[in-house]
Ligand binder design. Structure first.
Ligand SMILES: *Cc1c(COP(=O)(O)O)cnc(C)c1O
Length: 480
């Protein structure tokens, strides 16, 4: 019996040996993978910002999964041709569509370190060092937006989950019985509706509040809605304000919203997934003043701190609200100071076992330093103003309002024909050309082009490239 089990174990071990490359094999494979990543980065500056989907099929893996595995070189060739190349190159300095995601190299290395040691970042007792830096990161994010020391937060996978996390905390704190009303503008990100739905508040009375001519929530309209709800016996539960809308980067009037919410007892949540972290730089801090008075804030380091996708942050001004919503044990009642490294992430979010996300944020902050982030953000704000000024000088372009942050919504006004249709064709032309990637949006029935500047790699010459692409595109369409 024993002999048989020994023999069987040894046989299976040999059969599974491919999972345990030895020291030399690890160096060989690691070197190849690193070379691959470095070669990718070497071509980012010059490569197109958008490539045809059909390239996905330029090579085949048939069958997709084999019993015996494949040569690593062959697999990496597939990755280069069929994964790295087709579709958007979000890492391109000329990618100015949607919300650009440059993906810091330091963070990629942070991911490698985190995955290699695979520290368990859910609980302080399992990995005090990992939890310490996670809390250091959330404290740092909280201080970046001006939150006090009692604030708390959780690194999550992105802005959608950050908004959900905050909305669940707001539900438990202010709408436990349900029935409270929700207030937002038509520019709120659609993930807010998803979050309300998941939080069991999809049918909460919802008031779409009017905006001013810069697409910011109107304080007068919000006050009227609060008063009307009060008169009708409906309790104002939560205002979901925007600190940087996706469409135009508009920032709702945060100080006035904070005043009004405290007068009416409503929770103020700020969706700052795109714009909130601009509070780190000086210009942004001025624009975002008042964000520190919100009860909760959703942030996206994978946008405004240039991290690779998969890092959002949910922050609350009073950490207890996250603990009340997500701590599964009563242990949290003990003073938080008892854990020398701060609270465990598992007590602050729905997740237990999770990616050790902090490493990808902490490592670049350590190595590059905070000032580089601040300067990069200020540079993006300046570049967006520069882009807006340049488009204002072009013939027949409506540059729209000056940007609050780093998104500019603008459109071409053709001499004749339908402006929406022309701008849609213009965007298709520019995207197919593949040099500069911009996107579009529809605001109140009008189609706008949208230039979003938020890659750490995007500099003056790339913004000039974008203006050139517009001029080329208009000329091509007008002569067609
Ligand atoms: C990007 C964004 C979201 C969604 O965040 P994900 O990270 O994509 O989940 C929500 N709100 C705003 C304002 C955003 O810009």
């Amino acid at each position: 019996m024993l002999a048989e089990l020994r023999e069987r174990s040894e046989r299976l071990r040999r059969a599974a040996a491919a999972l345990e490359p030895d020291q030399a094999e690890r160096r060989e494979l690691g070197g190849r993978a690193l070379d691959h990543a470095l070669a990718y980065l070497d071509q980012v500056e010059t490569a197109p910002s958008n490539r045809p989907w059909s390239e996905v099929f330029s090579q085949t893996l048939d069958p997709e999964f084999t019993d015996d595995g494949r040569d690593a070189g062959e697999v990496l060739d597939y990755v280069a041709a069929c994964i790295d190349r087709p579709g958007f190159a979000t890492t391109s300095p000329r990618f100015m569509a949607y919300i650009p995601g440059g993906g810091l190299f330091h963070s990629a290395l942070g991911d490698l370190l985190a995955a290699a040691s695979n520290k368990y970042s859910g609980f302080a007792s399992a990995s005090p060092g990992a939890v310490r830096i996670e809390n250091a990161c959330t404290d740092w994010l909280a201080s970046a937006i001006g939150y006090p020391a009692e604030a708390g937060g959780s690194l999550v996978s992105g802005g959608s989950i950050a908004n959900l996390t905050a909305i669940v905390a707001a539900r438990d704190a202010r709408d436990a019985e349900g029935g409270g009303a929700v207030y937002m503008t038509r520019f709120a990100h659609y993930c807010v509706d998803k979050a309300l739905h998941i939080a069991g508040r999809g049918r909460a009375p919802k008031r779409l509040i009017e905006t001013d001519d810069a697409y910011r929530m109107s304080i007068e309209a919000l006050e009227q809605a609060f008063e009307e709800d009060r008169r009708n016996g409906v309790r104002p539960w939560i205002v979901v304000a925007s600190a940087g809308t996706v469409d135009t980067g508009a920032i709702d009037p945060l100080p006035e919203l904070a005043d009004l919410c405290s007068r009416f007892g409503a929770w103020l949540h700020v969706d700052g997934a795109y714009g909130g972290l601009f509070a780190l730089c000086e210009e942004g801090r001025v624009l975002l003043s008042g964000i520190e008075r919100a009860d909760s804030v959703a942030l996206d380091p994978h946008k405004t701190l240039f991290l690779p996708y998969g890092t959002g942050a949910a922050l609350v001004r009073d950490r207890r609200h996250l603990l009340d919503a997500f701590s599964a044990s009563a242990d949290y009642i003990r003073p938080l100071g008892e854990s020398q490294v701060g609270p465990s992430p598992a007590d602050l979010s729905p997740e237990l076992t999770r990616h050790f996300r902090a490493m990808r944020l902490w490592l670049p902050l350590q190595i590059a330093g905070v000032a580089a982030f601040r300067s990069a953000q200020s540079e993006k704000l300046a570049l967006a103003r520069y882009f807006h000024a340049r488009v204002s000088e072009l013939d027949n372009f409506d540059a729209g309002p000056a940007p609050d942050l780093s998104v500019v919504a603008f459109r071409y006004l053709p001499q004749d024909g339908d402006a929406n249709e022309f701008n849609q064709r213009l965007i298709t032309h520019i995207q197919q050309e593949g040099r500069v990637m911009i996107s579009g949006t529809r605001i109140d029935g009008r189609f706008y082009l949208r230039c979003a500047i938020l890659s750490f790699r995007t500099h003056l010459e790339h913004v000039d490239d974008a203006v050139d692409a517009l001029v080329r595109g208009v000329a091509a369409l007008n002569s067609a």
